[in-house]
Ligand binder design. Structure first.
Ligand code: ATP
Length: 321
């Protein structure tokens, strides 16, 4: 909290940050009767960070705006500024949970985004996590990180992960999260695309390609690769490079054919491995160490003219600054 309570509620504000994520592994099963896909996912929170400043509004409204300091990867036209914004939904949920009078407890959320919209990095979910933590500070909620993660769960599986941070396995529909003890930093280069991909469409194309037998049909629910988890927890980038996987890569690259060429370029320029992050189209390349990640980012930028960003993970979950 930037000001003590005695300064008066209207002068208070709270700023929080939350990380975007990559999936080191994303295995997807056949859709269940309810249409959801069972997944086995290994999430890693990375140093591409969203920031939310929550300022009280006396009229009770919950509003949102995109800060002008947001990254050039963020398409302002794709950013929702109404109640469909996940950050707004998170603030509404917390206000209800705390049983605060909605007529009095409004808030304005200003979001400084680094994570591209619909890029497969859970940026909207990170905004929701940061908004939740900022509003919890503003409203003196006194809730644990675990409690905030539980409150946010109905907003989608990526939100509790952005609250918790670090690394985790996600089973079920990605919502059964088990934190991993990953302490060694891993280094990546991210190449965000200028347009997003709608996650449901990427899953839909995966189903179609499997129906048409263009891709193998899984015989059972997906499982997490134990060797990959071990490579992650021991920070063994060379081993990890042999094990990263993403079942959504083929459909994402079918929808955005340029992804395959960019993947080849990253590998030619020295990445240990590369794949689509989540449902894409952001690409992630694994580097041996921090220095190599910076060099790789520069080489990709020089060769393609496309922005490439060196990041590391695991990083902290949502927190108040
Ligand atoms: P997913 O979690 O599905 O992998 P993603 O990382 O690909 O998502 P997001 O940037 O989280 O993509 O946004 C997906 C969609 O959610 C956007 O197209 C947008 O319509 C909506 N959305 C809601 N809130 C936000 C937000 N705060 N920032 C960006 N998009 C948001």
């Amino acid at each position: 909290m930037s000001q003590p309570a005695t300064t008066g509620r209207l002068f208070r504000h709270a700023t929080a940050q939350a990380p975007g994520k990559v999936n080191l592994s994303l295995r997807v099963g056949a859709p269940r009767a309810d249409g959801y896909h069972p997944v086995a996912s290994v999430y890693l929170a990375v140093s591409m960070i969203e920031e939310v400043t929550a300022t009280p509004r006396s009229e009770g409204e919950i509003t949102v705006a995109l800060s002008e300091s947001s990254s050039a990867f963020v398409d302002p036209d794709a950013f929702p500024v109404d109640s469909s914004n996940l950050a707004v939904k998170a603030a509404v949920r917390l206000r209800e949970h705390l049983e605060l009078d909605p007529a009095e407890h409004g808030v304005h959320l200003e979001i400084t985004k680094q994570v591209p919209v619909a890029g497969g990095m859970g940026g909207g979910s990170a905004d929701a996590a940061a908004a939740l933590v900022a509003c919890a500070a503003l409203w003196d909620a006194g809730l644990s990180r675990q409690a905030l993660a539980e409150i946010s769960a109905p907003l989608g599986a990526d939100v509790p992960f952005a609250v918790m941070g670090g690394a985790a396995v996600g089973l079920g529909v990605g919502d059964e999260l088990t934190p991993l003890l990953a302490r060694h930093p891993l280094h990546f280069v991210l190449v965000p695309a200028t347009t997003g991909l709608a996650t449901p469409q990427v899953y839909g194309l995966l189903d179609r390609l499997r129906e048409e037998e263009a891709l193998p049909v899984p015989e059972s629910d997906p499982e997490v690769d134990r060797e990959l988890v071990q490579a992650l927890t021991t920070g063994n980038a060379e081993e990890l490079a042999l094990l990263i996987a993403n079942d959504l890569q083929v459909p994402a690259a079918t929808m955005v054919p340029e992804l395959s060429g960019m993947l080849d370029i990253g590998l030619e320029e020295g990445a240990l491995a590369g794949q689509v992050s989540g449902s894409g189209p952001t690409l992630m390349f694994l580097a041996r160490n921090a220095e190599e990640s910076f060099q790789l980012a520069t080489r990709i930028e020089d060769r393609t003219g496309v922005a490439a960003v060196a990041v590391h993970g695991p990083v902290h979950g949502a927190r108040v600054l």
